[in-house]
Ligand binder design. Structure first.
Ligand code: AMP
Length: 141
C-alpha cells in the first residue's frame, strides 16, 4: 500500500493485496473488481488506488483516467457479458458504505426488474424550480 492508503479501509486492503477480490482491470492509478454483493452478476466497482473518500476529493489529474476507465467498463459489461447497457453511479457520503471513492458499473438489460432503483420523485412548488437552479448556478460560479 502507498502512503496515502487507509489501513482500516477495505478497498485499500484490496488494492494492497491483503483482501481477496476478483480484479477485472488494473492500471497504475486504478483498480476495478467485482462487487461481492452484486445488484446483477458482473457488477463492477472502479476505485482510485489513492485513498480519496468522495468524487469531489478526486484530484483533477485523475479525473480523465477515472472516467475513461468507467467508459471501458461500461463497454465491457456489454461486450463481455451481453448486457444491453449499464447503470453507472457513485454514492458520495450518503448511502456510501465504504468511504473510499468507488464507481458502480451495473450491467443492465431490459426486463431485468430494476426499475430506476425505485427512486422516489418529488414535485417543485411554484417558482421553486427556478430558485433551485439559481442556487446551483451561484454555487457553480
Ligand atoms: P456503496 O454502498 O455505494 O458504498 O457501495 C459499496 C459496495 O462495496 C457495496 O455494493 C458492497 O457490496 C461492496 N463491497 C463491500 N466490501 C467489498 C469487498 N470486500 N469486495 C467487493 N465489494 C465489496
Amino acid at each position: 500500500m502507498g502512503d496515502d492508503s487507509d489501513k482500516r479501509c477495505v478497498f485499500c486492503a484490496i488494492i494492497g493485496d491483503e483482501v481477496e477480490a476478483e480484479i477485472v482491470l488494473a492500471t497504475d492509478d486504478l483498480l476495478a473488481f467485482l462487487d461481492v454483493r452484486p445488484v446483477f452478476k458482473g457488477h463492477v466497482l472502479l476505485v482510485p488506488r489513492s485513498h480519496v473518500e468522495t468524487l469531489p476529493d478526486l484530484p483533477a489529474a485523475s479525473r480523465d483516467g477515472f472516467l475513461a476507465a468507467a467508459q471501458r467498463l461500461a463497454m465491457a459489461v456489454k461486450d463481455g457479458l451481453g448486457a444491453q447497457g449499464s447503470f453507472v453511479a457513485i454514492n458520495n457520503t450518503v448511502s456510501q458504505s465504504v468511504p473510499h471513492l468507488h464507481l458502480h458499473v451495473v450491467p443492465r438489460t431490459k426486463g431485468d426488474g430494476l426499475r430506476g432503483f425505485f427512486w422516489p420523485r418529488v414535485k417543485y412548488g411554484p417558482d421553486e424550480m427556478g430558485q433551485y437552479a439559481a442556487r446551483l448556478r451561484a454555487a457553480l460560479t
